[in-house]
Ligand binder design. Sequence first.
Ligand code: KIV
Length: 273
Amino acid sequence: MSTHGKQKRLTTASIRAMKGKERVVCLTAYTTPIARLLDEHCDLLLVGDSLGMVLYGMETTVGVTLDMMAAHGRAVMRGVSHACVIVDLPFGSYQESKEQAFRSAVRLMQEAGCDGVKLEGGEEMAETVAFLTARGVPVFGHVGLMPQLVNVAGGFRSLGHTDEEAAKISRDALAVAEAGAFAIVVEGTVEPVAREITASLGVPTIGIGASPACDGQVLVSDDMLGLFTDFKPRFVKRFAELGPLVSQAAQSYAEEVRTGQFPAQEHTFQPKR
Ligand code: KIV
């Protein structure tokens, strides 16, 4: 197939090949305009199920559906010409069986046109990861803190503090990598464990709250843009403070509408004759 006239986007194979050579830059994107702004700066854009909390105000990601992921995946794909795009399989769409996972992944790849899917899980998901990759679905793994397990884990906290926790995360990462994942998110994990995993795997580790020892980093874009004034966990660095800017703009607009300053003549249509 000719790609003449079209810019080629990064593939999951090119992300995998960055291991040991270049750090992988990843951010979340949920909409076309944000994808357009982030695309040229990122290697990977993740349509994360965090969109349930960030865009829809949910308490956790558990309520996110495959329909939501397909719609946002499609929107992001309309805004990219450079980055590789991965869409999260939401809670309940893949844990039941490897066949269910395959059907859900195919739906996302066909409806959204994304390059692969991400799923949370370690040793217990290795068979599913192998099943998907053997059938043409690139898989981005996700170990350490797994937000979809919040109801059994009892909350969100960093992991790897005990030898038992550390060994479990290492086993999980190894199992998912050996099963064929092209890269693995390591979330909320203490630095020595993230370093050990990164050194032992042949695929890139992409950290979020998992130290600079990882091969790349991911953040929720809305967090790093400072859109939330009341949420500032340790692992987030705000590269902008857009929340107060949005609020100030809305305040100015409200004042101008109330005083009749807006719209002015330059914003007003007049008959052409
Ligand atoms: O859902 C998400 O955005 C994620 C990232 C935070 C890794 O899983």
